[in-house]
Design a protein around this ligand. Structure first.
Ligand code: C2E
Ligand code: MG
Ligand code: MG
Ligand code: MG
Length: 291
């Protein structure tokens, strides 16, 4: 009986695993296809200076409209790509497209691009960054690479060397999703970050009573300032959150209160129609304004 049930269990799982593996392969094939045929797009979410509501930069976020499944979240397809080499091609596409698009924006406006830890761990990564800078001619200090703490899980020598080369190229480095990983302060001591991005999860709970999130946000902003780094608070959606984080000293905010990510066409229309100022008023308001 034990043997039977064991075999039955095995069969059950093997069917499940095969489905999962097939599913994963299909997703990867579809992503490859999309990348080759223009199906992958970059959208841009503004990063806003709170004191005057000026847009100081945009974060490039990848968007994929699957022909049958509709919109697939990068929270789904990026991790899948990270399990294969495809993340390197996706990452290069994101960086190149974002830099090209940013060339049509005012020169003071920065472009932030996410870099997966797996991409970062690739020894060829700094050369790709250097090549994209050269090909596009964008000023390196307009380009900000967003890394998460998982980059420190990689080979120490490769990581150190990559940081050294990137700094030499003159790009900026931001530590994304701060507070959600190990958040070891030694990373901040040794790595040359220009900015810390406070994770959305703290913002989600910061206005709740008896929650430490507001204090943690305050502490991260203080830490960041003491180290001479900028801080962006991510994921601000509501006015009570906005009021709280600005009161705690947040100089830069990125969130739906200002705008969701928009395609380049919208950004260009916005530029053509005036300036780079947005009032905090909720997710659907960042539309190109007519003057
Ligand atoms: P992330 O880098 O931390 O990006 C911020 C995420 O928060 C984005 O989700 C953004 O749309 C979302 N967000 C911003 N403000 C708000 C808000 O007020 N409310 C809510 N609910 N969400 C907000 P998105 O675009 O779904 O991307 C998810 C993650 O996927 C990113 O997190 C990043 O880790 C990854 N990702 C996206 N594009 C790329 C890419 O081109 N390359 C790599 N390696 N990863 C990417
Ligand atoms: Mg990011
Ligand atoms: Mg983040
Ligand atoms: Mg994230």
């Amino acid at each position: 009986a034990a043997k039977n049930s064991g075999r039955g269990t095995y069969r059950f799982y093997s069917v499940d695993l095969k489905d999962e593996e097939t599913e994963r392969q299909e997703l990867l094939d579809d992503m490859r296809e999309a990348l080759a045929t223009g199906g992958m797009e970059m959208h841009y979410q503004p990063v806003v200076r709170t004191k005057d509501n000026m847009v100081v930069g945009f974060e490039a976020l990848m968007r994929w409209e699957h022909p049958e499944r509709g919109n697939v979240s990068p929270g789904v397809f990026i991790p899948a790509a990270e399990e294969s080499d495809l993340i390197n091609q996706l990452g290069e596409f994101a960086l190149r497209r974002a830099c090209e698009d940013a060339l049509a924006w005012p020169e003071t406006v920065r472009i932030a691009v996410n870099v997966s830890a797996k991409q970062f761990a690739n020894k060829g990564f700094p050369a790709i960054v250097s090549q994209v800078l050269e090909d596009t001619g964008i000023a390196p200090d307009r380009v900000e690479l967003e890394l998460t703490e998982t980059v420190f899980m990689g080979d120490v020598d490769v990581t150190d060397e990559t940081f050294r080369i990137l700094k030499g190229l003159g790009v900026r480095l931001a530590l994304d999703d701060f507070g959600t990983g190990y958040s070891s302060l030694s990373y901040l001591r040794s790595a040359p970050f220009d900015k810390i991005k406070v994770d959305k999860s703290f913002v989600d709970t910061c206005t709740q009573k008896n929650e430490n999130s507001a204090k943690i946000i305050t502490a991260i902003i203080g830490l960041s300032k003491a180290l001479g780094m900028d801080t962006t608070v991510e994921g601000v959606e509501a006015f009570d959150q906005f009021d709280l984080v600005t009161e705690k000293g947040a100089e830069y905010i990125q969130g739906w209160i200002y705008s969701k990510a928009r395609p380049q066409a919208d950004i260009l229309e916005y530029i053509a129609n005036g300036g780079f100022k947005i009032e905090p008023s909720g997710p659907e308001t960042y539309r190109p304004e007519r003057r």
